[in-house]
Design a protein around this ligand. Structure first.
Ligand SMILES: [Zn+2]
Ligand SMILES: [Zn+2]
Length: 233
């Protein structure tokens, strides 16, 4: 009830901070940025939060992932889950500006984007794109680097079931064969630095499958940038 009231207020006064309803406001106020978006040290290869001074997590040491680097702005926790869901499902594509600013505020992410030849949003299938009306990952990529964002290079051949409840092995099996490059453009990838863009990274299965496609096509470097990363997978 109180939550609904808050949401109603936020909708009625979009200039307020969406988290704390501070006034005057930006999409995410300075106080909430400091409280909820404080940078954390993360694994270079999978963005898992790690203690300072530890470069790579155990899983990435045991089996190097297909991503050369992976960056997340925040952990997938309050308030980010709710905010990203609104961005993703309620058609509030204007959120992309706020999330892009959050990402580019991290030095490592800005360097990664600057060094990229192409930013490739995680593709949706044609059916899902038509149903949702926009691809949130593409909205994000366009704000991160408008001249580099390229939503037509990678294809999603089939949609995979919702991944959240599945175990890791099942997720990996589901995403194999889900992606391909646009055949007429696959040659553009050779020797290039590619940055994959998505909203949330859970197991990384989709990002890894897509990265594998770019590697097979001869990309020189494949990295990923996500808004939020879960810390338990
Ligand atoms: Zn706030
Ligand atoms: Zn790792």
């Amino acid at each position: 009830m109180f939550r609904q009231l808050l949401q109603g207020l936020a909708a009625a006064t979009p200039a307020q901070c969406e988290v704390c309803l501070a006034w005057p406001a930006r999409p995410l106020c300075a106080g909430c940025s400091a409280q909820f978006a404080a940078p954390r040290h993360r694994c270079l290869r999978c963005a898992l939060a790690l203690p300072e001074g530890v470069a790579t997590c155990g899983r990435c040491l045991r089996a190097a992932p297909p991503l050369d680097a992976c960056h997340a702005a925040v952990s997938y926790a309050y308030p980010w889950g709710g905010l990203i869901a609104r961005f993703k499902f309620s058609g509030q594509a204007g959120w992309a500006d706020s999330f892009a600013r959050l990402l580019l505020g991290a030095d490592a992410i800005r360097r990664c984007v600057d060094a990229a030849d192409r930013l490739v949003p995680m593709p949706l299938s044609a059916a899902r794109l038509a149903a949702r009306g926009f691809n949130q990952a593409h909205e994000l990529a366009q704000r991160l680097a408008p001249a580099k964002a390229d939503a037509r290079l990678a294809l999603r051949l089939r949609e995979t079931p919702p991944q959240a409840e599945l175990d890791r092995a099942t997720r990996l099996a589901n995403v194999r064969q889900a992606f391909a490059l646009e055949p007429a453009r696959a040659h553009e990838v050779r020797g290039r630095r590619i940055v994959l863009v998505d909203d949330v990274m859970t197991s990384g299965a989709s990002l890894h499958a897509l990265a594998g496609v770019f590697r097979a096509a001869g990309a020189a470097h494949v990295a990923a940038v996500v808004i939020a990363r879960t810390e338990d997978a």
